[in-house]
Design a protein around this ligand. Structure first.
Ligand code: HSE
Length: 295
C-alpha cells in the first residue's frame, strides 16, 4: 500500500500568473494500491467521484499509459483536508497524488522532471502542480510539453493566512473571465512585479511584497466574481498584512503576515464578523519545503 501526503498550494502569488506558486503545510492524504476492481472512497465524508472520473484515478491511469502498462483496477482512499474549488490547489493535489502514487507502484520508472511535466500537461499550467510535488516556492515556465522550473526552499518568519469564503469558484469560470490579449504596458507591469515578489520574499525585503502582488493580468477580472473581495483585502491590510492577493484562481484571499503579528487571525475574524462576513474562515499556514511525501 502506498500512502502519500500532498500539500495544498497557492498559485500566482499576485503578479506571477501561471508561473509562481508555493506549497503550504496543509495536506491531503491518499492511500492506494493496484486492485482487480475500482474501489474508491473518501475517508472524511467529502464527496469525490468513485469511478473512472476520479481525478486521482485518471492520473494513475495516465502514468500507467505513459509507461505502457495496463491498470487493472485501483484501491483508493482519500482524506481531503484541502478545501475544494477555493484556489488552494485541491485538483493539483489529486493529480500529483495519482502520478507519484502510480510511479511508486511501478517501481519509479519516471523521474521527478517527468512527473512535473506530466502533471502540468494534465492540469494545463504548472503553478499549482509543481509546488505540490516539489514543495517550497516554484518558478515555472510551461512550454506546452516541458516545464522549466526552479524550486527554492523558503525559511522565513512569515505566515500565509488563508481567508476562505463559504462559496466555490470553479477555475474554468475564473479563467473564462480573462481577456484574450493585454497591453504591452500591463505585461511590463506584471513581469516587473512578479520578479520583485520572488526576489523580495527570498531576501527578506518584505516591505516590497505589497507592490509585488499587484497585478493587471487576472485579479482585476476575478475580483467581481468574489463578492466582498475588496473588503477582505482592506481588512487584511488594516491588520498589518505585508501583502494580500487572490490565491490561485480564487476565491480564497491569501494574506502574507509577519510571525510577530500574533493576533492577526483573531483580528481578521473579528472584523469579518463585524462586517457581516462571518461565512469567511481564517486559517494560518506556513510554507511546506518538502512537497509530496511518502508516509
Ligand atoms: N494560474 C492558475 C489560474 C491557477 O490562476 O488560473 C489555478 O489553477
Amino acid at each position: 500500500m502506498i500512502r502519500l501526503d500532498i500539500p495544498a498550494t497557492s498559485a500566482n502569488l499576485g503578479a506571477g500568473f501561471d508561473a509562481l506558486g508555493l506549497a503550504l503545510d496543509l495536506y491531503n492524504t491518499v492511500e492506494l494500491e493496484e486492485s482487480d476492481v475500482i474501489d474508491i472512497a473518501s475517508l472524511d465524508g467529502v464527496k469525490v467521484p468513485t469511478d473512472e472520473k476520479n481525478l486521482i484515478y485518471i492520473s494513475v491511469n495516465d502514468l500507467y499509459k505513459v509507461c505502457g502498462k495496463k491498470l487493472p483496477g485501483l484501491y483508493l482512499r482519500q482524506t481531503n483536508n484541502i478545501p475544494m474549488t477555493r484556489g488552494l490547489g485541491s485538483s493539483s493535489a489529486c493529480i500529483v497524488a495519482g502520478l507519484v502514487g502510480a510511479n511508486k507502484l511501478l517501481g519509479e520508472p519516471l523521474t521527478v522532471d517527468d512527473l512535473v511535466d506530466l502533471a502540468a500537461q494534465i492540469e494545463g499550467h504548472p503553478d499549482n502542480t509543481a509546488p505540490a510535488l516539489l514543495g517550497g516556492i516554484v518558478t515555472a515556465v510551461f512550454d506546452g510539453r516541458k516545464v522549466h522550473w526552479v524550486k527554492q526552499e523558503v525559511y522565513t518568519k512569515l505566515k500565509f493566512v488563508c481567508i476562505i469564503p463559504d462559496f466555490e469558484l470553479p477555475t474554468e469560470k475564473a479563467r473564462a473571465c480573462l481577456p484574450e490579449t493585454v497591453s504591452h504596458k500591463d505585461a511590463v507591469y506584471n513581469l516587473s512585479r512578479a520578479a520583485l515578489f520572488s526576489a523580495s520574499l527570498l531576501t527578506g525585503k518584505f516591505e516590497n511584497l505589497r507592490t509585488g502582488v499587484h497585478d493587471r493580468l487576472h485579479q482585476p477580472y476575478r475580483t467581481p466574481l468574489i463578492p466582498n473581495c475588496r473588503e477582505v483585502f482592506d481588512i487584511a491590510y488594516t491588520h498589518g498584512a505585508y501583502a494580500a492577493y487572490i490565491s490561485g484562481a480564487g476565491p480564497t484571499v491569501m494574506a502574507i503576515v509577519d510571525d510577530s503579528n500574533e493576533y492577526f487571525a483573531g483580528k481578521v475574524r473579528f472584523s469579518l464578523e463585524n462586517a457581516g462576513l462571518g461565512g469567511w474562515r481564517v486559517e494560518e499556514h506556513r510554507i511546506d519545503n518538502t512537497g509530496t511525501k511518502l508516509i
